[in-house]
Design a protein around this ligand. Structure first.
Ligand SMILES: Nc1ncnc2c1ncn2[C@@H]1O[C@H](COP(=O)(O)OP(=O)(O)OP(=O)(O)O)[C@@H](O)[C@H]1O
Ligand SMILES: [Mg+2]
Length: 368
């Protein structure tokens, strides 16, 4: 009987490509802990770039098939699927904004791997709802997730997480974020009384938000999600210019894609070189009890807009009364309704966001 070697296993796995990153798993440094026991029992670990990888099962099966096809005499294969989220700043600094950027070098953001803005051209399209469910979904996969409510005029995260009376504490001069459902949270609503109308001038508003970034103990995060205020005004532009964003997710409703607002949001990010991870169409359709879909606001508008503007389409989320009720009740929808068609749609969109982050980071790393 011939002896199976580690080199044979590595050679076989170097023929398996990550379908998104278009390179093989060995080159991508995704293979570790190769072991051969009792002469013919093989085990190894595949380190994905996100625990929310939608291709996890496919990659695992490809690895098994490659080893079986290329290494004779293997009696058993054990594959451990693990993950380590890649960072938009890479390991050696450098950033697409061309200026020295803080997330690698300075406290306290140095351990935040990716910052994702959830934005829209128009208000009320479901940004906060998506941001909250995205955060909770990614946290459920095992990722470390934070969420910032950047809407100074109408903070919604305290309500959506059932934390209306909560106050963050200060430790060593920095604010400690609140934590619920596995997500670290910061909102202007935790700091000011939401009943008192606060009139934020532009500079004051952006410095308040900079504090959320720089004076909050986020510690280690794979994804920090930024629920942006609606529109493309001064505050939004300052935010996208100053934050070290990995990318932006644009939320729209089908009837709004025809409006100039969505294009304005797209242009805003493109102007400052922030990659747009893709577009989510919210309130896409209403599912009738018999399972048929009523496209109340028109069919596939978001998908067509995405295609014509060169954006990835991240998914369509239906109109669902329980989504709104979830927002009002303080428990994010997907936690109360796991497995429902709407949760599945949210889940797919969240996985796509994580996937686009991995792809964007791989492309940036390759371009350096
Ligand atoms: N898919 C959905 N089905 C039903 N209701 C929804 C859905 N998405 C959002 N909503 C509801 O629509 C309203 C607006 O949503 P949300 O606050 O998330 O929008 P927004 O874009 O963050 O608004 P703003 O621009 O004011 O920040 C909320 O009442 C929310 O519960
Ligand atoms: Mg909002």
């Amino acid at each position: 009987m011939s002896i199976i070697t580690e080199a044979q296993i590595i050679a076989a796995l170097s023929t398996v490509n990550d379908p998104d990153l278009n390179r093989d798993l060995v080159t991508l440094n995704m293979i570790s802990d190769v072991r051969i026991e009792s002469g013919n029992r093989v085990s190894f670990t595949v380190m994905l770039t996100t625990p929310a990888c939608p291709l996890k099962e496919q990659i695992k099966q490809s690895c098994i098939a490659a080893v079986n096809a290329q290494v004779p005499g293997v009696s058993a294969i054990e594959v451990t699927m693990s993950s380590k989220v890649t960072s938009s700043c890479g390991h050696h600094g450098g950033h697409h904004h061309g200026e020295p950027h803080t997330c690698c070098s300075e406290k306290p953001l140095k351990n935040v791997k990716n910052i994702i803005a959830v934005a829209s051209g128009k208000g009320g399209v479901g940004k906060s709802t998506f941001a909250v469910n995205l955060a909770v979904t990614l946290a459920k996969t095992g990722a470390k997730v934070g969420l910032i409510d950047a809407d100074l005029y109408g903070p919604s995260i305290p309500t959506m997480f059932g934390l209306l009376d909560a106050k963050p504490v200060v430790a060593e001069k920095n604010l400690v974020p609140l934590e619920k459902f596995g997500v670290k949270l910061m909102s202007i609503g935790f700091l000011v009384d939401t009943d008192t109308a606060v009139v934020w001038r532009g500079p004051m508003a952006s410095s308040a938000i900079k504090q959320f970034i720089n004076e909050v103990e986020w510690k280690e995060l794979d994804y920090l999600i930024f629920d942006m205020p609606p529109g493309t005004g001064d505050i939004q532009i300052t935010l996208v210019q100053t934050l070290p964003l990995t990318g932006a997710v644009i939320v729209t409703t089908p009837q709004d894609v025809a409006l100039a607002d969505v294009s304005k949001a797209v242009s805003m990010f493109r102007k400052v070189d922030v990659p747009i991870l893709g577009l989510v169409e919210n309130m896409s359709y209403y599912e009738l009890p018999d399972g048929t879909k009523d496209y109340i606001f028109g069919h596939h508008g978001g998908e067509i807009f995405a295609r014509t503007h060169g954006l990835a389409f991240l998914g369509a989320i239906p109109i669902d009364r329980q989504v709104r009720e979830g927002g009002d009740s303080g428990t994010p929808y997907i936690l109360d309704h796991p497995g429902s068609p709407t949760s599945e749609a949210v889940n797919r969109a969240a996985m796509e966001v994580a996937r686009r982050v991995s792809i964007t980071n791989a492309e940036n790393a390759a371009a350096k």
